[in-house]
Design a binder for this molecule. Structure first.
Ligand code: NAI
Length: 359
């Protein structure tokens, strides 16, 4: 029997805590906002130091999802879930099924998906406890989000190029990519064939060297690649890379990358503005993955071409954000927040059709 406790946090629609003694499950689910549609957000499994730390994480991440989905225009709200525990040691089919039963108590107001510490195979197991899950390992699923995220980031690079250099072409542009994983490596490949000049960095030095050879790129230690002279910097590794220390040393004209939470703190957006560096806000440019998975919920089922077309829209949305930032005299990061909040408040892009689960 799963034990559910409800909590009340101002500004959040529902926050629940689920426990199951038999499997050792301890989880938190936050539904921040469903004005535009049911809340979709990943299930993170992580060995949090405390319940408080997990709560802070789930509240912060679920709110972020509200704004990400609102700006992406996918008719979904914001939610997130965390399972407290070490995915390597504490995960079991019983625990995942019990988690599914906790998700099920929200009756579709929250839909879970893969995130840090969980896999598509885990989603299949969770599905034995609830139908409200996407990103399953099945035909008809949206599959790996990384190619769509990389495509959205590429369109974001084009948007900054258009804004600064009045061209979508990245030929001859010097682009620094920090982080050459699932997204970064795809972006590097695309840019190579476009004729961009690449500077690459990754903590995995061997990977960086290999890719440097493949694409005739300059390879630098990651902390140097971040500060390399370039037209566009693309942070595709971890969060917090843009902070007062690094921002003062950046030698790029624009930043357009996949990493989540690139700014260490809100005020770093202003620092970038002061330095005249155009910043494509992270939660807008990296929405390709969530846009793609959202297409699983359409009545006609998942269609890759439609998902790609929607991801293309990131280019236009970013252009609107640069414009809004100019009009309001604020940083682009602040303009993105303003746009997101306006959409939620005015119910712009509210889902019209019911979500469908195709199995
Ligand atoms: P990944 O785990 O496949 O690759 C990350 C790469 O960054 C690895 O090669 C790793 O060695 C490198 N790295 C880690 N720490 C680093 C550091 N301090 N300096 C330089 N390199 C470092 O991750 P993925 O999927 O490519 O995602 C990249 C970023 O984009 C992450 O922040 C992720 O949260 C974000 N993101 C990814 C999405 C996706 O669809 N995969 C969707 C939205 C955001």
């Amino acid at each position: 029997m799963v034990n559910i406790k409800e909590h009340h946090y101002p500004g959040y629609e529902s926050v629940i805590e689920g426990k199951d003694a038999a499997s050792g499950l301890h989880c938190l689910i936050a539904v921040h906002n469903t004005h535009l549609g049911p809340a979709l957000g990943g299930t993170r499994m992580y060995p949090y130091a405390s319940r408080e730390e997990a709560m802070t994480d789930v509240l912060r991440l679920s709110e972020g999802m509200t704004y990400k989905s609102a700006v992406a225009g996918i008719g979904l709200g914001g939610g997130k879930s965390v399972i407290l525990g070490d995915p390597k040691k504490d995960k079991s089919p019983e625990l995942l099924r019990a988690f599914g039963r906790v998700v099920d108590t929200l009756k579709g107001r929250y839909i879970c998906a893969e995130d840090m510490g969980t896999t598509t195979a885990d989603m299949d197991e969770i599905r034995r406890g609830t139908e409200f899950v996407v990103g399953l390992d099945l035909i008809g699923s949206s599959g790996n989000p990384a190619p769509f995220t990389a495509w959205g980031v590429y369109r974001g690079l084009q948007s900054v190029s258009q804004e600064l250099f009045r061209t979508d072409s990245l030929k001859g542009k010097r682009v620094g990519i920090v982080g050459l994983g699932a997204v970064g490596k795809r972006l590097a490949d695309r840019l190579f064939w476009d004729g961009a000049e690449l500077v690459l960095g990754d903590v995995d030095r061997e990977l960086a060297q290999r890719m440097g050879k493949q694409y005739g790129a300059e390879v630098l230690p990651p902390e140097e690649a971040l500060l390399a002279e370039c037209d566009i910097l693309s942070p595709c590794a971890v969060g917090g890379m843009l902070n007062p220390t690094t921002i003062s040393q950046l030698r790029c004209r624009a930043i357009a990358g996949a990493a989540n939470n690139q700014l260490l703190q809100v005020s770093d957006g202003d620092l970038l503005k002061e330095r005249g560096i155009l910043y494509a806000p992270d939660f807008v440019i990296n929405a390709g993955g969530i846009i793609n998975v959202a297409f699983e919920l359409e009545s006609q089922g998942y269609e890759a071409k439609k998902a790609k077309e929607k991801v293309d829209g990131i280019y236009v949305t970013l252009g609107e954000i640069y414009q809004l930032a100019k009009e309001q005299g604020v940083a682009t990061s602040e303009a993105a927040d303003l746009l997101a909040k306006r959409k939620v408040e005015k119910r712009e892009g509210k889902r019209k059709a019911e979500v469908c689960f195709h199995r």
